[in-house]
Design a protein around this ligand. Structure first.
Ligand code: FAD
Length: 401
């Protein structure tokens, strides 16, 4: 066992909470402190854009830990933002002026929603990252507004679906040629667009927002083709940026988030990172990546803790097949792997509207990605196959089964 006496975890959400749980499970009996900027106990974000916006669940359902925090023997510091890190002195300065010392550190500060360039602060324009954001949007949806969603990535598409499921008029605006084009490619993105259009969402792709109309409350959005979308509520979902500003000047290397090695160790000994904030070299795909999905935050928390507690030189690489799910209307979209624009795409479709499908992305015969609509068991099998560096032939057998 290592000689650490006090471990600090910064970021009290999914990766941070799971990290402290794994630390205790590994029989670390020293002091443990968990610091989080939000005032809430750690909660789950995926339902924010789904059940919470649809009005089907309350915040009590979101708790990430169902049993007592006392069992973790933890100093839980909520509502306190880490302002800076002095890695040489091994101290974290909090915004409150307090200083937290440590000899092992887990960085789990996640990511924050990105603003549009020159986004005005008009009433009725919202972002969605936190529980407070979701509750504010839900309260606004209850007034039955005309909704405009800017950005058709996962968050935007889920918000559009949830608002439409409440029977509201919804327009989704996307700068790229289709929804989810960046993650799934334009061909599958077009199928996602059809799913939305069939259910009454107005989808405007290849359009940029020029400006907003109305003051002090938003009334419309002007697009770059001169058209105008009338709306009473706008949700901007154009992606996130990793929360690393508190690490400025600390010596922790930053490159699209906290730059980690294969083991999730950072440039500073005794400091590891996990979750949306961490970019690392994934040996399975032979590339550096940062993943913004739930499963990765949990798996990385476990691995980062094992790296932190490992004897010198014994930490292992984190080889993983990233995966996600996204619920949009009655479609559960799931994906695994690391598809890229040049990959060969094979689509196996089923069902009356072809809305049950498996898409396989391959590179030189190797399966590198898979997406499934409403076929969870197949996706699990395909994820395992990607992890084994399996081939397209085997994948087709699973997809067509
Ligand atoms: C609305 C929504 C829906 C989602 N749906 C899905 C889904 O369906 N499927 C899926 O796979 N993934 C989904 N995700 C993504 C998933 O929730 C994230 O990947 C996951 O939350 C990442 O966990 P994390 O702990 O790394 O970061 P975060 O959840 O971002 O948590 C980081 C925490 O650190 C805190 N923090 C930041 N800076 C500081 C600081 N300086 N000091 C102290 N604390 C700080 C933040 O306040 C935050 O509480 C969704 C995300 C959102 C927002």
């Amino acid at each position: 066992m290592n000689r650490m006496k006090r471990i600090a975890v910064v970021g009290a959400s999914l990766a941070g909470l799971r990290a402290v749980e794994f630390i205790r499970r590994a029989k670390f009996d020293g002091q443990l402190v968990l610091i989080g900027a939000e005032k809430h106990h750690p909660y789950d974000r995926p339902p924010l854009s789904k059940e919470i916006l649809r009005g089907e669940a309350d915040q009590e359902r979101l708790a990430l830990r169902r049993t007592s925090y006392d069992d973790l023997n933890l100093e839980l510091q909520l509502g306190l933002r880490a302002q800076s890190l002095d890695a040489r002195a091994r101290e974290i300065l909090l915004e409150s002026g307090d200083v937290v010392s440590y000899d092992g550190l887990v960085i789990a500060t996640g990511a924050e929603a990105r603003l549009l360039p020159n986004q005005p602060s008009l009433d009725g324009i919202h972002m969605l990252r936190t529980l407070d954001d979701a509750l504010a949007i839900r309260a606004a949806l209850e007034q039955r507004p005309r909704v405009a969603v800017i950005g058709a990535g996962f968050i935007g598409a889920e918000v559009a679906a949830s608002a439409r499921q409440r029977g509201l008029e919804v327009t989704m605006i996307e700068a790229l040629e289709t929804p989810l084009a960046q993650s799934l490619g334009p061909r599958i993105g077009r199928l996602v667009q059809e799913v939305h259009e069939r259910r009454g969402v107005r989808v405007q792709c290849g359009r940029r927002v020029e400006r907003f109309g109305g003051s002090p409350r938003v009334e419309c959005i002007w697009l770059d083709d001169g058209s105008r979308v009338d709306c009473d509520l706008v949700v901007v979902g154009i992606g996130v940026t990793p929360s690393v500003s508190w690490l400025d000047g600390s010596g922790v290397d930053i490159e699209d988030g906290v730059r980690c090695d294969e083991t999730l160790g950072t440039s500073i000994p005794g400091v590891v990172a996990a979750g949306d904030v961490a970019s690392w070299y994934n040996p399975l795909f032979e590339e550096r990546m940062r993943v913004e999905h739930w499963t990765n935050a949990v798996e990385q928390a476990r691995h980062a803790v094992s790296t932190l507690l490992a004897p010198a030189g014994e930490a292992k690489p984190f080889e993983s097949v990233p995966m996600f799910w996204s619920d949009q209307f009655d479609i559960k979209i799931q994906g695994a792997g690391r598809p890229k624009p040049g990959d060969e795409l094979t689509v196996v479709r089923r069902g009356p509207d072809g809305e049950k499908l498996v898409a396989l992305y391959s590179r030189a015969g190797r399966l590198v990605g898979a997406v499934a609509f409403n076929q969870p068991p197949k996706l699990v099998q395909l994820r395992m196959l990607i992890g084994k560096r399996g081939g397209l032939d085997e994948a087709l057998a699973i997809a067509g089964d």
